[in-house]
Design a protein around this ligand. Structure first.
Ligand SMILES: Nc1ncnc2c1ncn2[C@@H]1O[C@H](COP(=O)(O)OP(=O)(O)OP(=O)(O)O)[C@@H](O)[C@H]1O
Length: 261
């Protein structure tokens, strides 16, 4: 048994290289159980690669990590304890929404009665009940996203990895998504949340990590991070984000020819 207060996610020098590209570089971080961790970073920073390593979908080049107390080197030990909503939710077009969720529940060995109850309640919550018996090929992007998130948390995993969960959602559905994430966190589910929508992170995250060029360049609770922004009176999370992910301008003349005499 792992200690009750062991971190939900712990990484040590986690690194992933693709040829010449270092997608994630020497990432060492820790996420408490039951926390909402906002994982931010500009396009190409390495967020998806990190999530793919933590969900055992891709192997690190070096370094290690534990998720829900298990090494990510042991996929079968980690898998039952995690849920993952990737950028493009893995759903079958030819199934109905309900069939997709029943299939996901079957893969997770959730007893049928329990699965039916949870599916029904989440379909209602996300306003999908009326469309539950339509095929997913006829769903909008937002409806697919809803099915994707429901199947990621249906088995009540210890840790849920959510990549852009509000993507494609209208304002009402986005609000439902935020409320659902908050409820799940209240029930001690750890949420590893990656999004470019900073107000969502500001509202939900207990802790924020900012990745830039594969490196963790800032970490802290939202207020601490905001107070780091030195951009004037309006100290928003956006200010802080822009500041810690600013590309340093190339030194003029560093590589230029020496001036002619
Ligand atoms: N399978 C791959 N093969 C080669 N390079 C890859 C692969 N996956 C990611 N990369 C590279 O690794 C870097 C990090 O990519 P990643 O998708 O993890 O970033 P991200 O932070 O999720 O970006 P975005 O916000 O745009 O989704 C990028 O330079 C990307 O081109």
């Amino acid at each position: 048994m792992r200690p009750a207060d062991a971190p939900a996610i712990e990484t040590d020098g986690l690194t992933k290289r693709y040829g010449e590209t270092t997608a994630v570089s020497d990432l060492t971080m820790s996420v408490d159980q039951g926390a909402v961790y906002g994982f931010l970073g500009p396009n190409g920073a390495g967020k998806t690669t990190t999530m793919r390593m933590l969900t055992t979908l891709t192997k690190p080049t070096s370094g290690s990590a534990r998720v829900a107390g298990h090494s990510i080197a042991e996929r079968e030990a980690v898998a039952p304890h995690i849920g993952y909503l990737p950028e493009d939710p893995p759903v079958y077009d030819e199934l109905t929404g309900r069939e997709q969720l029943e299939y996901a529940a079957g893969l997770r060995d959730i007893p049928e009665d329990e699965a039916d109850e949870r599916i029904q309640s989440l379909l209602e919550r996300f306003d999908l009940r009326a469309d539950a018996n339509k095929r997913i090929e006829d769903y909008s992007k937002g409806m697919r996203q809803k099915v994707g998130v429901i199947q990621a948390v249906l088995h009540e995993p210890a840790v849920a990895f959510l990549d852009e969960p509000t993507s494609g959602l209208d304002p009402r559905a986005a609000r439902t998504m935020r409320d659902t994430i908050a409820d799940l966190a209240d029930r001690e589910m750890t949420i590893f949340l990656s999004t470019h929508i900073l107000p969502v992170v500001d509202e939900l995250a207990d802790e924020i990590g900012v990745l830039h060029n594969g490196e963790l360049v800032a970490e802290g609770d939202p207020e601490t991070l905001k107070s780091r922004a030195e951009t004037g009176d309006a100290r928003s999370l956006e200010d802080a984000f822009l500041e810690v992910t600013r590309e340093e301008p190339q030194h003029e003349g560093a590589t230029a020819e020496p001036p002619l005499e």
